[in-house]
Design a protein around this ligand. Sequence first.
Ligand code: FES
Ligand SMILES: [Fe+2]
Length: 367
Amino acid sequence: MIPKANYHSRPVFEEEVAQLFGRGWQFVALRSELARDRDYVTVDHAGAAIVVQNFKGELHAFQNICSHRFNRIQLGERGNRMLLCGYHGWNFDKTGFPFGLPKRDQFLGKDNDRLCLTRYPVDTCGEFVFVDRGGGTVTLNEHLGGFGAVLEEMGGYLGPETQFAGVPHAANWKLLVENVLECYHCSTVHQETFVPWGVGKLPIDDARFDSGHSSAHFPRQDQPREELRLRYLSHLKERAFDHNSFFHIYVFPNLFVSSSQGLSFYVGQLLPEGPERTLLRMRNFEPRVDLSPKHRARQDPISADSNAMSLRLIEEDRAVLEQIQRGIHLADAPGAIGDDEIRIRDFHRHYAHAMAGGVEPVLQAAE
Ligand code: FES
Ligand SMILES: [Fe+2]
């Protein structure tokens, strides 16, 4: 188990920022959000403000803080505009250099590099865009291990985005991770959401692990009136990904991707803000299927329901996680992990490994 103090200690949080989030490959955005020239996505990511922007088809990432007098450059979470600072009008190019600036003679001279924005290397895996916060020694491919192919495949299933939201949690980021690595809690916490859909009773299936990332299927049981439900969803029967489960992937340290029977998809992004504060940025997607106008009219309310359900699920979890955050200050028992929580064990192992700077750790059996 991870020591309980690691869930609320400020020095540990700062160490996590340095070792886990402030270095190496971090998920930042989806390609679909950055498809057109000038599209951008910003993310306040553990001690950095990052902007990823499309420059005539090329993706580049920078610190989203102006190199003149430190104004924030792109103000939205995402949008479409030049990389133009709104304070004195410096306009940055794809190298991070201010190619357009009023009264340029006052600034341009011998050492123009100091006027450049800090750059972050960008790489993509299918639909998923990552930046390298530095200090790492591996390529994105190496970082993702066997899950590179899984992410690439999942990205191909995503259709139109149907929801984009941020949900603040008064809880440590690791509690959000542990919560989604098991569905043991589903039959108690998600009585109104997962249970009526048929997930939560059967044991975890097909758990896979590689390089700190993991995936599993949470199998589904057919529900009363299943036939009727299938008929109602028949316009999606040509979808490319069809499985009778909730399929969940965790990419260390900050990305969740899940599929609900291939009928809807979720991408969750963890943004730790403090030892006891985490922002969950979430996106939902329909499956990639060509729909006639008649089927589009049928799908729209289904997507609206699925979005409402997704927010409700997150709220059900958030309420518990915030209780756990309070409880962990007081806990005096060692804690326990069951077979259905096996992905948590793997997360703890990889966390300890990464916090030790990639050195094989000596794990405590229990705290
Ligand atoms: S602070 Fe950005 S142009 Fe001055
Ligand atoms: Fe949950």
